[in-house]
Ligand binder design. Structure first.
Ligand SMILES: Cc1ncc(C[n+]2csc(CCOP(=O)(O)OP(=O)(O)O)c2C)c(N)n1
Ligand SMILES: [Mg+2]
Length: 335
């Protein structure tokens, strides 16, 4: 597909030029974290990497519509850019990757990419796919019951929508008109299983009708389109009008994880074609078109962020490991 500029204007979304540059920087940060994590994996320093590359547009676009300190975030393992918007730093991400004592998600106990932070209202998820959906519905129920001022957002892949948990979560949210936004990042694969082998419908969003609330499809590589759709869904939730299911059509550029060989189930030509629709390149085009940055400016952002991320990675690498005497903490009652 040809590179195409966003047809959603930032002015219409209430976003300033500075907001756009921050969004772009967050997307670049996520991409650079991926590249660094893969390098560290090949050096034997990072055991298991879950890449984000390709999903930065839909992750930053949707997460940007939430408010830190007010809303509740239930990301899944691929959501590096979502947790950056929620307030995690690259250092936090690499503390988790290296299983260090100060890993905010679990003190080095969970697998990498199982994000969690009480301080940032990020709810930790389990490895079984789709378990965060009933959690999101339950938290949405609590928010509504206690008349709290929060919207709950829950991200997942299209593969998760084959799980019973997914359907139960949406059904419950629809019945009780809960303030939850369900965000599907549809990259058309669940590891090696193509979408056509996962479901007999073309759009995940069509399934929302079965639960009595709207489903919206969006171009997941257009960060501003994602932001617009998410803002509308968040407003609906805040106004007490119930949940929305939104579906971002996107693509992952890397294998499923550092343990996957994607050459066994998709052609290099397919991946190359998808790269022509890279959300970073498209957003850079939008920024240039609006006079917010030029090519040297883009290169400077890239270089500055790379230095900063490398510095934070060094800090994370040199941080202390968990104390072995705490091995059984959170598992057994302690005297
Ligand atoms: C219940 C369950 N079944 C299988 C797995 C193995 N598994 C891990 S990730 C994954 C693919 C999920 O695909 P999708 O939801 O589309 O997200 P994506 O990784 O494509 O972003 C699978 C099958 C699992 N973790 N849990
Ligand atoms: Mg998928």
């Amino acid at each position: 597909m040809a590179t195409r500029l966003s047809d959603t204007s930032h002015e219409a979304l209430g976003l300033s030029g500075d907001d756009l540059l921050s969004m772009y920087r967050t997307m670049v940060t996520a991409r650079l974290c991926d590249e660094a994590a893969f390098r560290l994996n090949r050096q034997g320093k990072a055991p298991f990497v879950v890449p984000v590359s390709g999903h930065e547009g839909c992750q930053v676009g949707t997460a940007w519509a939430l408010e830190r300190g007010r809303d509740i975030w239930l990301p899944y393992y691929r959501d590096v850019a979502v947790v950056l918007v929620a307030g995690m730093t690259p250092k936090d991400i690499f503390l988790g990757l290296f299983a260090k004592a100060d890993d905010p998600s679990s003190g080095g106990r969970q697998m990498p990419s199982h994000w969690g932070s009480r301080r940032l209202s990020i709810i930790s998820h389990s490895s079984p796919i789709g378990t965060q959906l009933p959690h999101a519905a339950g938290i949405g129920y609590a928010v509504k019951y206690r008349k709290e001022d929060a919207v709950v957002a829950c991200w997942f892949g299209e593969g998760a929508t084959s799980e019973g948990d997914w359907h139960e979560g949406l059904n419950f949210a629809g019945i009780h008109r809960l303030p939850v936004v369900f965000v599907c990042e549809n990259n058309h694969y669940a590891i090696s299983v193509a979408q056509t082998k996962q479901m007999a419908v073309e759009n995940v969003a069509d399934r929302a009708a079965g639960y009595g609330f709207p489903g919206v499809i969006m171009d997941g590589n257009d960060v501003l389109a994602c932001c617009r759709v998410m803002k509308e869904a968040v407003e609906r939730a805040r106004a007490g009008e119930g949940p929305t299911l939104i579906e971002a059509k996107t693509y992952r550029f890397q294998p499923h994880t550092s343990d996957d060989d994607d050459r066994t189930y998709r052609t290099r030509e397919e991946v190359e074609r998808a790269r022509h629709n890279d959300p970073l390149i498209r957003f850079a085009g939008y920024l240039k078109e609006h006079g917010l940055i030029d090519d040297p400016g883009l290169q400077a952002v890239q270089a500055e962020l790379k230095d900063e991320i490398d510095r934070q990675i060094d800090e994370a690498w040199n941080a202390p490991d968990p104390d072995p005497s705490t091995l059984t903490r959170h598992l057994f009652a302690e005297p």
